[in-house]
Design a protein around this ligand. Structure first.
Ligand code: PLP
Length: 964
């Protein structure tokens, strides 16, 4: 029986579903889904389940509180790329906890995304200013994957024929592990150098990587080594700490080609490892090599500046196996937060924070040295490596006794990192842990006198003056205006108001599953027991997290029919990569190293092909037939042609065409017979959950998108979680992590593949969302959600089929959870394009469906289970009205070059300024249906000229005069 929460989550109630079912001619919703899903793959009812019956919202919160209380409250001083930070409350409340920001989608429709695009261009400006390079993207998934992508930029752009990449021995341990794992699949050799005697003699490399400051805290001058690598034809990638860069020379000024890193400590909670935004910036000339999303400035139909995504032709959607990377979902919400931290503090505030951090480290080092301890480096920013008098374990235990986590570097060395949250009391406790007398740190002053004892310390005392920053940064007005909380709150509101998110109306994006992100699901993410946890905290301090993760692994394995689940991948694309690397590991373990071909249907999502290449595989495309299904004959021919080289087939189920393929069992069998493994892309799980399982379809491994099917919000283009789920034979090759608290996972499986993320459990802090979703829905509720989603998609297909042909359908003429509307006939008949319809929908108060994927000239509509019938009808009526407008163009009522469609979207300015000279009324322009008069969403810009922005590439904040 459906629980109370499921009735809140599912938008259509029994009466609404009755109306829809009557229209479609089905007795009940279960009958509809059972007609659509092929009988051969439907799950048998289960007698036992590990998923408990649905909890109420209050019960789920209470259980989450209990889990949270099992995470220790120790203060992390571990460093290694993760620092505690003070999220300004104005940003926590108005961004992090604000559905206007967190429920938006990736800004593919730029006219209704100007707010977050501005926030992201602020992010890019912040990164380029601090790194001293010309172009930055928004954003990378984390620091270590950004380093890997930096290595790949170097390989693409270097003229060197070498297969070697030189890596700083003082790189973060997780970065080294990622580099080794990813390089192995691509035939790249990793060589290490400590750069003690710079530069190393053998520079036959295509590039080099430096950590700045080093993992050990060391600050040194890599300029000479950088020049040497470049002279030898290599490119240089530097991972730099942005807070340190407010005081230290920028990588760009030292000659780096690429800078990467994390923006976590700019106000983004630790969250046990994520999500946080990574960054990448490149020097001029490398823009086209940049992976990921890049925001740029273009202009709208009125010639006003407007933001949009630039150079999209680099991306996997278009370039597929030739793409610069497989990144799709990035870390938009976290990039917005980090950029707003810079907007709020400005250059002066950031410099002050960095200076205080450096002083604290300096003061601690001085006290330790005064007491005869040896601190490794003279020059450091925030991190010390201290030689301990006895075993390092003893110091770490003493610190833990006082509630602090230090880093065990080796038997006689402890690492300590300070951050903006570190207080004098914290420093005193740490000094005590090292054996200094009680209260030593508080200095000569009276007890209770808290004159900061580090005030007098000299920041960066040991850093050579040549390494100090001289250039200014964040000089743009946006970083120098919003100082009061009132101003900041209003800036955030102004930007949020420009955007269309789920808090305004439906976002029927096919293949994206924009369902409800319930408030109860979101609550725990902000709790300090989940948010202020370091990813490398000792196991004893993260029992709550580990228990929750284990439960989720069990639940997700059960609903997908797999044996083991890793939650490490930070997006679907990373789950794909992890799954393909597991397949590679399996073939290698069996001595079948020649299995490198990955078959991918032509309809597949672009990430599939891009991920296969990153896993060292060769992509062979399989044709689809007219019905949109995999062409079985072509599949068999391709299998035969590659026989012993077949590594895998990647197939999406239900297909990206939104139909349940009938032959799926035959397809997977054919691949297995030839010795290949089957990867089922699980992005469309919302069409299947509770009715069929990938493991039963013959899948060996899948990724899921928790930010689609399992209620994690899209954040305007990230974060995401892309767990990889596999059968037992692939489990040993799933991602491990050198600093994981546990090696074993649910079901007793031990994962031993290399890592694919900086943190062992990826974006752990958003897992409570999915945990709460499953806990409150229960198995029955999840199944009901699937049925409601499929019903709504079919109802929309039914209501619109006389106006727009539905491109593909399966059994009983039914679609799955989404439907593709073919707008090509409309274009032929009327000249109105899919773009015109998408932009006209904005005038009607809607976010457009997915445009031209997987078929050019179409719209793919996915309503999800969360939309109610009234909203669905509003959308259907808008589409029908737009069709009528297109017909009016065709019949000559309006000229082809001047009608409400080609001119859409209409801004307020466009209908009030000057003479109205169009052949349709202003009311038709902006109030095409009367119902929206009171609820009008006003787009801030008119249609944006995409090509102009690519021809005139500007990817940093434009001067404010541009908006005059
Ligand atoms: C969304 C999607 C992906 C990629 O997932 P991300 O989380 O955006 O990386 C892969 N395949 C399909 C079919 C998708 O819809």
């Amino acid at each position: 029986m459906t629980g109370a929460f499921a009735q809140r989550h599912i938008g259509t109630d029994a009466a609404a579903q009755r109306v829809m079912l009557d229209a479609l001619g089905y007795a009940d919703v279960d009958a509809l889904v059972k007609t659509a899903v092929p009988a051969s793959i439907q799950v048998q009812p289960r007698t036992t389940s590990d998923i408990p019956a649905a909890a109420t919202e209050a019960e789920a919160l209470a259980e989450l509180r209990a889990l949270a209380s099992q995470n220790g409250a120790a203060r992390p001083m571990i460093g290694l790329g993760y620092y505690d930070t003070l999220t300004p409350s104005v940003i926590a409340r108005n961004v992090f906890e604000n559905p206007s920001w967190y429920t938006a989608y990736t800004p593919y429709q730029p006219e209704i995304s100007q707010g977050r695009l501005e926030a992201l261009i602020n992010f890019q400006t912040m990164v380029t200013d601090l790194t001293g390079l010309t172009t930055a993207n928004a954003s990378m998934l984390d620091e270590s994957t950004a380093v890997v992508e930096g290595m790949l930029v170097a390989r693409r752009a270097s003229k060197s024929r070498s297969d070697a990449f030189l890596v700083d021995a003082d790189a973060l341990p997780q970065t080294k592990a990622l580099l080794e794992h990813r390089a192995a699949a691509l035939g790249i050799r990793i060589r290490y150098s400590s750069f003690d005697t710079s530069p190393p003699a053998d520079l036959d490399v295509f590039g080099a990587f430096f950590q700045y400051p080093g993992a050990s805290g060391r600050v040194w001058d890599p300029t000479e080594a950088i020049a040497a690598v470049k002279d030898a034809g290599g490119l240089v990638v530097v991972a730099a700490d942005l807070l340190a860069l407010t005081l230290l020379r920028s990588p760009g000024s030292m000659g780096a080609d690429v800078a990467v890193g994390t923006t976590q400590r700019f106000g983004v909670p630790l969250g046990f490892g994520g999500p946080h935004a990574g960054y990448m910036a490149v020097r001029a000339g490398l823009e086209r090599q940049l992976p990921g999303r890049l925001v740029g400035v273009s202009q709208d139909a009125a010639g006003h500046p407007a933001y949009r995504l630039s150079l999209q032709t680099r991306e996997q959607h278009i370039r597929r196996e030739k793409a610069t990377s497989n990144i799709c979902t990035a870390q938009v919400l976290l990039a917005v937060m980090a950029s707003m931290y810079a907007v709020y503090h400005g250059p002066t505030g950031l410099t002050a924070i960095a200076t205080e951090v450096a002083k604290k480290a300096q003061a601690l080092a001085e006290r330790l040295r005064e007491h005869g301890l040896s601190v490794a480096h003279e020059a450091f920013f925030d991190t010390l490596r201290v030689t301990t008098p006895g075993p390092s374990e003893r110091v770490i235990d003493r610190a833990r006794e006082r509630g602090y986590q230090l880093f065990w570097a080796d038997d006689a060395t402890v690492g300590v990192s300070v951050d903006e949250t570190t207080t004098a009391d914290d420093l005193a406790a740490v000094a005590w842990a090292f054996g200094l007398p009680e209260g030593e740190f508080l200095g000569a002053g009276e007890q209770g006198e808290r004159a900061l004892p580090f005030e007098g310390a000299e920041a960066l005392a040991g850093v050579p003056s040549t390494l100090l920053r001289e250039s200014g940064f964040l000089e743009h007005p946006v970083f120098n205006t919003h100082r009061s909380e009132t101003a900041m709150m209003r800036y955030l509101k102004t930007l949020a108001d420009r955007d269309y998110a789920l808090d305004r109306g439906m976002i029927p994006l096919g293949s994206c599953t924009m369902k409800l992100n319930a408030a109860t699901e979101m609550a725990a993410v902000s709790w300090p027991e989940f948010s202020r946890v370091h990813p490398f905290a000792p196991e004893a301090d993260v029992h709550g997290y580990l228990a929750m993760i284990e439960q989720l692994e069990v639940w997700l394995a059960e609903v997908t029919g797999y044996d083991a689940v890793s939650l490490q991948p930070n997006a679907g694309s990373q789950g794909e990569l992890a799954g393909l690397l597991a397949i590679r590991g399996y073939h290698h373990a069996n001595g079948e190293t020649e299995r490198t071909v990955c078959l991918i249907p032509s309809s597949a999502h672009g990430t599939n092909a891009a991920s296969a290449v990153l896993a060292g595989m060769k992509v062979v495309v399989v044709a689809c037939d007219e019905a949109g299904n995999v062409d079985l004959d072509d599949l068999r021919a391709k299998i035969a042609a590659h026989a012993d080289a077949l590594a895998a087939l990647m197939i999406t189920y239900p297909s990206t065409h939104g139909v349940y393929e009938h032959d799926v069992l035959e397809i997977t069998q054919a691949v297995h017979d030839a010795g290949g493994q089957v990867y089922v892309d699980g992005a469309n799980l919302n069409a299947l959950l509770g009715y069929a399982r990938f493991g039963d379809l013959g899948g060996d491994v899948s990724h899921l998108n928790l930010h689609k099917t399992f209620a994690i919000p899209h954040g305007g283009g990230g974060p995401g979680v892309g767990p990889v789920a596999a059968k037992a034979h692939l489990a040993p090759y799933l991602p491990s992590h050198p600093l994981a608290q546990r090696k074993d996972h649910a079901g007793g499986h031990v994962f031993d593949g290399g890592p694919v993320s900086s943190a062992a459990y990826g974006s752990a802090s958003i897992l409570p969302i999915t945990w709460a979703y499953v806990r409150m829905m229960g198995l029955a509720g999840l199944k009901d959600a699937t049925a409601a989603a499929v019903l709504s998609a079919n109802y929309i297909a039914f209501r619109l089929k006389d106006h727009f042909p539905v491109l593909y359908a399966g059994e009983g003429g039914l679609v799955a959870h989404e439907c593709i509307l073919d707008l090509r006939p409309l274009r032929e008949a009327t000249g109105v394009t899919v773009d015109d319809v998408a932009k006209r929908l904005i005038d009607y108060g809607f976010h457009a469906p997915t445009m031209s994927f997987p078929v050019a000239g179409t719209l793919m509509v996915e309503p999800t289970e969360s939309e109610d019938l009234a909203e669905i009808e509003r959308f259907v009526e808008a589409m029908i009205a737009i069709k009528a407008e297109a017909d009016a163009v065709a019949s000559g009522v309006w000229p082809a070059e001047d009608n409400p469609l080609v001119n859409a979207p209409h801004t307020a300015e466009s209908v009030v300024a000057g003479e109205w000279a169009h052949p349709y009324s202003r009311e038709t322009a902006v109030y095409p249906v009367h119902a929206i008069v009171r609820n009008k969403y006003w787009p801030p810009v008119r249609r944006i000229d995409q090509a102009y922005g690519d021809r005139n590439l500007v990817c940093a904040c434009p001067p404010i005069e541009a908006f005059a």
